[in-house]
Write a protein that binds this ligand. Structure first.
Ligand code: ATP
Length: 255
C-alpha cells in the first residue's frame, strides 16, 4: 500500500440527480497526489456523471438542459481540490486550476488536423510550455508524428485516443481525468495506452483519475480503486487489496 497520504482531491457525499433519477448516490472518494485512482463500473453505473461532477462539466450540462427546457440536473456534496471547495466552480476555472478532463469517446475535432487538435489543447499553456509538451506528447506517442497534418477524423480509434490524451496534456494538467480511455480499443492498443498512462504519471507526476468498465487492462497501473454500482460505491481498496480478493476479481474484474 502506498505511503503517500497527500490528498489532492476529496469528494464527499456526492449526490447527482437527473430530474428525479439518482445517478450518483452518496459517493465519497479520495485521490492522492501522484497516484492513479481507478473508478470501475458497468454501463450506466455513473462513471461519466462522476467525471463530469469532478471536472465541473456538469455545470455546463445543467445550463444546456435548462436552456432547452429539458430535465433539471441537481447535485449536493463537496469536492475539495488542493484545499479549495470547487463544487460550484466552472469547468473552465477548474481547468485553470489544473483539473483537465479527457472525455469519453475521445471527442477530437474531426475536421481539424492532429496538430491543430493538439494546439487547441494548449490554450492554457505558455508558448514555452506548449512547445515542450508537444515534444513530450510526440515522444510518448511517436505514432502521431506522421499523422500531424491528417484530419483527426481519419485517425484510428487508438490514434484518436492518443491524440485526446495528448490534447489534454497540452492543457498542463495537475490532475488528469480520463473517462473510459480504452473504450472500443483492441487488446494490444489497450495495453499500449495503459502503459502510456503509467508513463505519464511516473514521468510528470500528474495525478490521474481513470474510469473504465473493464478493470483488467488498467488494474496493473492503478494505486487505488473504487467500484461503482448503480451510482453507489460498493467496494474500494488499494490495487493489492483488490487483487488479493478472489471474489472481487471474479465479480468485478473478470479475472
Ligand atoms: P457508460 O459506461 O454507459 O458511459 P456510465 O457509468 O458513464 O455509463 P453515466 O453515463 O454516468 O454512467 O450514467 C449514470 C446514469 O445516469 C444512467 O442511468 C444514465 O441513464 C443517467 N444519465 C446520464 N446522463 C444523463 C442525462 N444527460 N440525462 C438523464 N439521465 C442521464
Amino acid at each position: 500500500m502506498s505511503l503517500n497520504n497527500n490528498l489532492m482531491l476529496e469528494a464527499k457525499d456526492l449526490l447527482v440527480f437527473y430530474e428525479n433519477a439518482l445517478a450518483i448516490n452518496n459517493v465519497s472518494i479520495k485521490c492522492r497526489k501522484g497516484e492513479i485512482t481507478g473508478i470501475f463500473g458497468a454501463n450506466s453505473a455513473g462513471k461519466s456523471t462522476l467525471m463530469s461532477t469532478l471536472s465541473g462539466l456538469i455545470l455546463d450540462l445543467k445550463i444546456k438542459e435548462e436552456r432547452k427546457g429539458g430535465e433539471r440536473i441537481t447535485w449536493f456534496g463537496d469536492i475539495k481540490y488542493e484545499g479549495h471547495n470547487i463544487i460550484n466552480i466552472k469547468p473552465s476555472e477548474r481547468a485553470r486550476m489544473g483539473i483537465v478532463l479527457c472525455p469519453e469517446r475521445r471527442q477530437v475535432f474531426p475536421e481539424s488536423s492532429t496538430l491543430e487538435n493538439l494546439k487547441i489543447g494548449a490554450y492554457l499553456a505558455t508558448r514555452e510550455q506548449a512547445k515542450k509538451t508537444l515534444e513530450y506528447v510526440l515522444n510518448l506517442f511517436p505514432e502521431l508524428k506522421k499523422l500531424l497534418h491528417r484530419e483527426a477524423g481519419f485517425l484510428s480509434g487508438g490514434e484518436q485516443q492518443m491524440l485526446a490524451i495528448g490534447r489534454a496534456l497540452m492543457a498542463q494538467p495537475k490532475m488528469l481525468l480520463l473517462d473510459e480511455p480504452l473504450l472500443g480499443l483492441a487488446p494490444a492498443v489497450e495495453a499500449r495506452l495503459a502503459q502510456a498512462v503509467k508513463e505519464i504519471n511516473e514521468q510528470t507526476g500528474i495525478t490521474v483519475v481513470l474510469s473504465e468498465q473493464y478493470a483488467r487492462p488498467v488494474f496493473p497501473i492503478i494505486d487505488y480503486g473504487y467500484v461503482l454500482e448503480n451510482g453507489s460505491i460498493v467496494l474500494e481498496g488499494s490495487a493489492g487489496e483488490l487483487m488479493n480478493n478472489p471474489d472481487v476479481l471474479a465479480a468485478y474484474f473478470g479475472m
